[in-house]
Write a protein that binds this ligand. Structure first.
Ligand code: BTN
Length: 318
């Protein structure tokens, strides 16, 4: 009922009467009042005015299931929500949920992780209160060798979602989100598959939202939305915005099972587009101009002699 009341309160800029809420939800006015009191205890500022009704003034920066449910506008992305105040890693929670039959689009969100994982076996520092740690379960009916493209789909979706808060967002191919040259978001995609069949894919996203300090090793290379925007940002609406973009972009991806419908938008956000990048190939290291991605997600570069080459992840250093 909390979710439903939050939705009703959010559906108008003005007041919603207790009578209206109780009629729409088919519950007593006493039950409505009780739920409003509980929301107030959780930090929602709900104003109650005689003869007018209730009005939501301020929401706390929480990512609870009710808060997320009440903001979600999607059909499947983020529709089944698992919220943890503390967990080991949302990627592990989603992998388990996937094994247990959870639906496509299931979203795990945590306020804190005790075993946050980064790419290449690194850890992802995950303190409480000011970041987003989330993972999405995808069940695509595609060949396993196409799954890496889902990382690109997610990178574009996160960039477009967060772009509603901060316009200068860019992508460092293949899947870091950058603002002013510093890393704001990391993405870790993991897959459970047979040789020719995907059981499920977990796409994990860590977003630096309100932190102002970072561990020493990343202090020079990491940033947060708060540092870049100059004010704190609420986390739940950000998650809802990313899920909306993901749902749309994923469906575009599925139509062709490649990135042909997304590569122009992705390439437009590339931080190293039209710039020289250093390619560390198997045989040689060379400079080339990054042009964009192709329909499979590989980076296209133009060498000095004008020839084009495709670069695989891991070969480029900016
Ligand atoms: C990177 O190294 O850039 C990827 C970092 C991915 C971190 C996120 S936080 C939510 C999800 N759970 C994890 O354990 N890792 C990912």
């Amino acid at each position: 009922m909390k979710t439903e009341i939050l939705k009703l309160l959010r559906s108008t800029d003005g007041y919603v009467s207790g009578q209206q809420i109780s009629e729409q939800l088919g519950v007593s006015r006493a039950a409505v009042w009780k739920t409003i009191r509980r929301l107030q205890d959780e930090g929602y500022q709900v104003e109650a005015v005689r003869n007018k009704g209730y009005h939501i003034v301020e929401t706390p920066d929480v990512m609870t299931k009710e808060e997320l449910d009440s903001l979600m506008k999607t059909r499947w992305a983020g529709r089944n929500i698992l919220y943890y105040e503390t967990t080991d890693s949302t990627n592990l929670r989603i992998r388990q949920a996937g094994d247990e039959g959870a639906p496509h689009g299931t979203l795990a969100v945590a306020d804190r992780q005790t075993a946050g994982r980064g790419r290449r076996g690194r850890t992802w520092e995950s303190p409480a209160g000011n970041s987003i740690y989330m993972s999405v379960l995808l069940r695509p009916d595609i060949a396993p060798n196409k799954a890496s493209m889902l990382t690109i789909v997610m990178a574009l979706s996160v960039a477009e979602g967060i772009g509603q808060w901060i316009p200068m967002i860019q992508i460092k191919w293949p899947n870091d989100i950058i603002v002013n040259g510093k890393k704001l978001v990391g993405i870790l995609t993991e897959m459970s598959a047979q040789v020719d069949y995907i059981n499920h894919v977990t796409v994990g996203v860590g977003i630096n939202v309100n932190m102002t300090e970072f561990p020493e090793e990343i202090a020079d290379t990491a940033t947060s939305l708060r540092l870049e925007c100059g004010h704190t940002v609420k986390r739940a609406p950000l998650i809802a915005a990313v899920m909306e973009r993901l749902e749309e972009n994923y469906e575009i991806f599925l139509k062709t099972e490649d990135l042909s419908g997304l590569m122009d938008r992705y390439s437009a956000l590339l931080v190293n587009r039209d710039r020289d990048v250093r390619i560390i190939g198997e045989k040689e290291t060379y400079q080339a101009r990054a042009v964009g991605i192709d329909h499979t997600g590989e980076l296209l570069v133009r060498r000095e002699d004008g020839s084009m080459e495709k670069i695989y992840a891991g070969e480029v250093s900016v």
